[in-house]
Design a protein around this ligand. Structure first.
Ligand SMILES: [Zn+2]
Length: 111
């Protein structure tokens, strides 16, 4: 399968309600990787800058913000699910989505 991928970072704070360690407000540099597929048109699945703009349009609101304003329990998994749904809502044919909470820890949806 031929795909293209963009990788975009943002900084945000969150806390995990009821979690012993992560219940305190703290921050991460998140990274979102979005991989899409589709028919080739003039040699492209989609213009990289259009994909980048679509992803930034969704994650822009999270940058330098408190993720708990957008979801009750902003775990990496819940962030992944929410961003995936929003990207699908824009009509993007996402085949893989990763949300990194740290460079070593991420949640992933594979279609
Ligand atoms: Zn955290």
């Amino acid at each position: 399968m031929l795909t293209i991928c963009v990788s975009i970072a943002f900084d945000a704070a969150h806390y995990i309600p009821g979690h012993e360690k992560c219940g305190n407000v703290h921050g991460h540099t998140y990274r979102v990787e979005v991989e899409v597929t589709g028919e080739l048109k003039e040699g492209m699945i989609m213009d990289f800058s259009d994909l980048e703009a679509a992803v930034k349009d969704i994650i822009g609101k999270y940058d330098h913000n408190l993720l708990n304003r957008y979801m009750e329990n902003p775990t990496c998994e819940n962030m992944c699910l929410k961003i995936f749904e929003e990207l699908k809502g824009k009509g993007l044919n996402v085949v893989r989505l990763r949300v990194y909470e740290t460079p070593e820890k991420w949640a992933e949806i594979k279609v």
